[in-house]
Design a protein around this ligand. Structure first.
Ligand code: EPU
Length: 340
């Protein structure tokens, strides 16, 4: 039965651990419950909240929060080379990766230990260590908020880009993802060219999807703080895509500037490097700070408000702009619906 929770604390539902409340909160464990909750939310402010690992609340949420919590992992199709897994939006992302690796199904292993839920994976096209989830997604099922109709989008209809998809653009605020279908391999392709992943995998033995998972978990545990211990939302900023001309200019002053080609005229700059060079890595400002091992990650040292975190983010943006002339775009979504 669907229960409405009034004045519900969202502290446990955002990995930044910001203590804000929602007027009404629903935990929807099936498509029918989701529709029921959407009916209650009609004409009110609505937030669909997955794992809460990529957002920052800057105020209480004066409206309805729905947590899609459909728990299902099922084989939809299988042939000699691959399996199509149908997965509910509420499944925790890393439990899915663990499940696939334990069943020797390949494709998601490089995306081990990313916080969040299955439902959010296509929205921001999560990526790490040379792989993006779009490489495995076959289709996405959802509910249209306007009329509660079922909708299915194929991979190309999702218009995936770097940390981007149709769900952040044309369909923003219009669809709730209910299920994602992942096409996974039985004969695996190993992608280990990113950074020193190859070397880390070799420490565990042969190149297998199981060893890739172990290596990725090791690297992430070293570099990235566990939100349970030090609340954070992973990369706070996107890696900016800039022109090769700007790189040539920057190289005159900063010979070591790292970058990765995107096209003939554009490259991706690691925002972590920019923030570190601007002097922010490991810095603590009141209740908030920049992580000591990965400058892209902002952390909450305890009881920080969303505004404190946001204010640090703005200071970093200004400082990077001043030092390098580069605009940093936030990767986390800001959420604020105050009393009107
Ligand atoms: N770097 C620094 N200082 C830092 C951090 C990074 O100089 O403090 C430079 C180094 O040159 C390093 C390079 O940046 O070689 C790349 O660093 P890293 O491998 O840690 O990756 P990233 O570009 O900083 C991206 C994703 C991460 C993902 C890693 C690994 C974005 C915004 N972030 O970070 O994703 O885990 O690659 O693939 O694209 C997330 O989205 O929440 C996230 C953690």
């Amino acid at each position: 039965m669907l229960t409405a929770h009034k004045n519900f604390s969202l502290k446990k539902y955002n990995t930044f651990g910001v203590d804000v409340s929602a007027d009404q909160f629903f935990d929807a464990t099936s498509v029918d419950e989701l529709k029921e909750a959407l009916l209650v939310a009609k004409d009110r402010e609505l937030l669909i909240l997955g794992g809460g690992s990529n957002l920052l609340f800057t105020s209480n949420f004066r409206g309805v929060v729905i947590h899609p919590n459909i728990q299902e992992i099922r084989i939809a199709e299988e042939d000699k080379d691959s399996v199509l897994l149908k997965v509910g939006a509420g499944v925790e992302w890393d439990s899915l990766v663990e499940y696939t690796v334990n069943h020797n199904l390949g494709g998601l292993q490089n995306l081990s230990l990313i916080p969040g839920s299955v439902g959010a994976s296509p929205v921001q096209n999560i990526g790490a260590y040379g792989v993006e989830v779009k490489d495995c997604i076959e289709k996405v099922e959802g509910i249209l908020i306007s009329n509660l109709a079922a909708i299915t989008l194929t991979n190309s209809e999702c218009k995936f880009g770097y940390r981007d998809s149709i769900f952040k653009n044309r369909l923003k605020g219009k669809v709730v993802v209910t299920h994602v279908y992942y096409r996974l391999t039985k004969k695996h392709k190993f992608i280990t060219h990113y950074g020193n992943l190859d070397v880390e995998v070799a420490k565990f033995g042969d190149r297998t999807i199981q060893n890739i998972r172990k290596a990725v978990i090791d690297i992430r545990n070293y570099k990235l703080p566990d939100p349970e211990e030090l609340p954070n939302a992973g990369s706070f900023f996107k890696n900016p895509i800039v022109s090769t001309k700007l790189i040539e200019f920057l190289q005159q002053k900063f010979q070591q500037v790292p970058f990765y080609p995107v096209s003939g005229s554009e490259v991706k700059l690691p925002a972590g490097w920019l923030i570190e060079q601007a002097g922010w890595k490991g810095r603590k400002v009141g209740n908030v700070g920049v992580h000591k091992n990965q400058a892209l990650v902002l952390v909450n040292y305890g009881n920080a408000t969303g505004h404190e975190i946001l204010s640090l983010a703005h200071d970093i943006q200004r400082s990077v702009k001043q030092t390098f002339g580069v605009e940093l775009e936030m990767e986390v979504n800001l959420v604020s619906v105050e009393n009107k």
